[in-house]
Design a protein around this ligand. Structure first.
Ligand SMILES: Cc1cc2nc3c(=O)[nH]c(=O)nc-3n(C[C@H](O)[C@H](O)[C@H](O)COP(=O)(O)OP(=O)(O)OC[C@H]3O[C@@H](n4cnc5c(N)ncnc54)[C@H](O)[C@@H]3O)c2cc1C
Length: 454
């Protein structure tokens, strides 16, 4: 293998988290590369799901920084409508357009000076003692080694931590069961107001657009209970009272999140390939059901999303594992790198039915820096869906506002560690926090008080 590539920071996975990490590392002055197998950045945000969530149940915003900047930029191009109050399982939703997310994300990476290599999949690591020395990366032309001072694992599946032999875990303690995988459906030419009034279990989140005369429904959820009989007869969904989630930023388009395949390990390519086929079939069945039976969909056109989405797979067992108690008590930590305020959101591994659990205390918990640090490797940091959290806590950490928060922190930490030639675990957390705060990230009230920020 020849032609090694050299950087200060190498980020594996240009998904939601990798975008924030790449922007943050490059802005911090590090020569940064983002390695992404797909021909686009943005990961699961490109499905067009809402970025949950920036505001606590009592409507206090705890997520800022790059996450808010993404939303502001999307608003500027008409592809987001801001943080919209909702009276359901969460107090506010942040709908965005998925295609515009990838466009804006790619632009932010380019502006920051990060290099993105598309079509690049990391398949193994080279390791020397406690340090990763290179990423074996499959790309057009064959395998190449990408070398950096610090490595950031934003693969969603903790691939790099696993390749490096760091301790990891999957799913529920004891059973190892993971949340189901799903595929979104995109509908055009729908009557969202009619769909919301037919299916919404509470009033829809309503937003205004400068280019549209009336407020439009942008988020609502409900069940298909009134069609239980036909659903059972035609085998559309496996259970009665099947839940469904809708979101959009457009007047006549809506994304529908309702499919599920169970028992799939997102790190197993063969299982994922089978799930992709099954989900596509399921979406076609469900889409035709909606067109035939649900008011507002009659004249619609739909397509299933291109890729299947993985809610849960492998997580690192890091230097600190976020627990159920941390979430239920809304715990705060001295080494906080940001806050999470979206409730625990678990789609049951056996039924797929979603349930939500609110965060305790003031409705937000801190993410300690240690939960991004794997065990046994000194120049690797892990952020996003695969950071260190139990199955329960992961129900909150896996969502996209948290991923943007942890991605930004991991990017800055990786840049600082590479520039200082310091192991990530010995990085001065106070310096990291100051850098993040200076960049507009919000670290919580405790941090504000200790730094006399008003
Ligand atoms: C069906 C579904 C619905 C959801 N609904 C919501 C919602 O409404 N709101 C919300 O906030 N969250 C939601 N989530 C959760 C959220 O979208 C994800 O957890 C989040 O996007 C994870 O971000 P990530 O950056 O960790 O992973 P991803 O966004 O998945 O990005 C990981 C990236 O890493 C790349 N990659 C993987 N392996 C490698 C490798 N070996 N080498 C190089 N690159 C690699 C992938 O190609 C991908 O681009 C949902 C998830 C699913 C599946």
């Amino acid at each position: 293998m020849t032609n090694d590539l050299h950087y200060d920071v190498a980020i594996v996975g240009g998904g939601v988290t990798g975008v924030a990490a790449g922007v943050a590392a490059a802005r911090a002055g590090a020569r940064t590369v983002v390695l992404e197998p797909r021909p686009f950045v943005g990961g699961n945000a490109t499905t067009g799901l809402c970025l949950h969530s920036f505001l606590t149940r009592d409507m206090r915003q705890t997520v800022f920084g790059i996450a808010q900047e993404v939303v502001d930029r999307l608003i500027a191009v008409g592809a987001a409508v801001g943080h919209i109050p909702y009276g359901g399982f969460v107090s506010a939703v942040t709908p965005v357009d998925g295609d515009w997310f990838r466009i804006v994300a790619a632009e932010m990476l380019a502006e920051a000076g990060a290099q993105v290599i598309y079509g690049a999949s990391v398949v193994e690591v080279e390791r020397d003692g406690a340090a990763i020395t290179g990423l074996v990366t499959a790309m057009k032309g064959g395998l190449r080694i990408v070398r950096a001072g610090s490595y950031v694992d934003t693969s969603g599946d903790a691939d790099i931590a696993a390749f490096a032999g760091c301790p990891t875990r999957k799913g529920e303690t004891g059973t190892g069961k993971m949340q189901p995988v799903s595929m979104l459906m995109h509908f055009h030419n729908v009557d969202t107001q009619l769909i919301a009034s037919t299916l919404g279990e509470v009033a829809p989140a309503m937003a205004t657009r400068p280019d549209h005369p009336d407020p439009i429904p942008v988020y609502f959820n409900g069940t298909f209970s009134r069609w239980n009989d036909v659903i059972e007869r035609e085998g559309i969904f496996p259970n009665r009272d099947h839940k469904v989630f809708f979101n959009t930023v457009w007047p006549t388009r809506v994304n529908v999140n309702t499919s599920a395949v169970f028992g799939v390990d997102g790190t197993d390519p063969l299982a994922m390939s089978r799930a992709m086929q099954e989900l596509t079939r399921q979406c076609v069945r469900a889409g035709n059901f909606l067109k035939r039976h649900v008011p507002g969909f009659e004249d619609s056109y739909f397509t299933p999303q291109v890729v299947a989405g993985v809610r849960e797979s492998r997580n690192i067992i890091g230097q600190y594992e976020l627990s159920k108690e941390d979430v239920l008590e809304g715990r705060k930590f001295g080494d906080t790198i940001g806050q999470i305020c979206f409730p625990v959101d678990i789609h049951h591994p056996d039924t797929g039915q979603a349930y939500f659990v609110d965060i305790g205390d003031d409705g937000a918990f801190d993410v300690p820096y240690r939960s991004l640090l794997p065990q046994g490797v000194e120049n690797l940091i892990v952020a996003g869906r695969c950071l260190s959290a139990t199955h329960f806590a992961h129900g909150a950490t896996r969502n996209m506002a948290p991923c943007l928060v942890t991605g930004q922190a991991a990017g800055v930490a990786a840049a600082m560690a590479a520039q200082r030639n310091t192991p990530l675990s010995q990085l001065d957390v106070g310096d990291l926090q100051d850098h993040l705060a200076k960049d507009g990230a919000y670290l919580g009230r405790a941090f504000e008080r200790s730094h006399a920020i008003v």
